[in-house]
Ligand binder design. Structure first.
Ligand SMILES: [Zn+2]
Length: 61
């Protein structure tokens, strides 16, 4: 999947292609399959993916 978001040198998402940003609707962690996850209880499943809370795009950070 082509990553179309801006990511800074620390791998933090700056902005999604839809215009969402961390200080707007934000992003939440998800599995590679796009399921919302919880880093505390589900971190075995987490592979560095985020889901845009605005457009639903799955982002690999
Ligand atoms: Zn988006």
């Amino acid at each position: 999947m082509t990553v179309l978001v801006e990511i800074d040198q620390w791998g933090e998402i700056i902005a999604c292609i839809c215009g969402n940003a961390p200080h707007k609707e934000g992003f939440y962690p998800c599995t590679p399959w796009g399921w919302e996850t919880n880093l505390t209880y589900n971190n075995r499943l987490w592979r560095g993916h985020y889901r845009c809370a605005s457009c639903g795009l799955t982002i690999r950070a």
